[in-house]
Design a protein around this ligand. Sequence first.
Ligand code: 0CJ
Ligand code: F3S
Length: 324
Amino acid sequence: MNASFPDAVQATDLLPLRLLIAAPRGFCAGVDRAIEIVERAILKFGAPVYVRHEIVHNRYVVDQLKEKGAIFVEELDEVPDGAPVIFSAHGVPKSIPAIADERGLDWLDATCPLVSKVHRQAERQIDAGRHIIFIGHKGHPEVIGTLGQVPEGTITLVETVQDVLDLPFTTEDALGFLTQTTLSVDDTAEIVRALRNRYPHINGPKAEDICYATSNRQAAVKAIAPQVELLFVIGAPNSSNSMRLVEVSTRGGTPARLVQRASEIDPAWLDGVNTLGLTAGASAPETLVREVIDFLSTFRAVTEETVVTTEEKMIFKLPRQLAD
Ligand code: 0CJ
Ligand code: F3S
């Protein structure tokens, strides 16, 4: 090795990398609100404040809040008597606030208002005497929360078109449908089509309940994916909306990788890549987008271009107990 060769490669020696950054990306209004609820609750009640489930599906966000005094648990029985507890952005079954009330716990609800809206629609469908077909991913906390809004046996989960074809109901049955907020727009459209074909009288929302942030981020990926050779999605594997962004890209023929932190990136992934796309799920903070770009810049001469497909202006109010 040449002893005079510098430790750091000169910027001029680096291969160029054109980076197309999706906008909108990253935090949505529901995530902003959920994190602010935890921060304000710590100021109001003092640490520790308990949070049932990851407030949003991002390790970095969770770790930052832990440092400020949040303690994350999966179930209410891990919350000591007298401690305040916050329910995550994904929502909870009705039984959870009921148990918290029984125990006299101070609780705050960080459920995204768009998820709460689906909860209310579920109640309305039941009040109208309809059985609900719910489109969602089995086991996801939002799905557990929404299924838990109505009595057992009044809601059926479907995940695929095949599930719709296997439903036991007849065209005479009173049915309604609702969806998880963070689904694939395309898959959901197909499932809704199958439902309407099989049950022409099924009642449902005009558009599905997929939220604005989920659909905007998927549309942004559709806009940049055809122009890039590889896409990075910053997000966590348990983040439904982030995983859907990876899917949108790969289905369109552009390989995509889910990246939680810059440290996970192997520079060899970029071999032969001249144009890279970058986006972030609704629970991934902008700091991590910056961290990834800074890391890429250590081995490639990066030029950044933001591709704006729409502007987001949504803001959600804080719960009454925390509003100024
Ligand atoms: O379910 C929600 C209300 C979305 C919350 C923000 O995203 P994330 O990654 O925490 O949750 P999903 O797994 O639902 O996308
Ligand atoms: Fe709410 Fe959609 Fe974000 S449901 S938390 S606005 S991803």
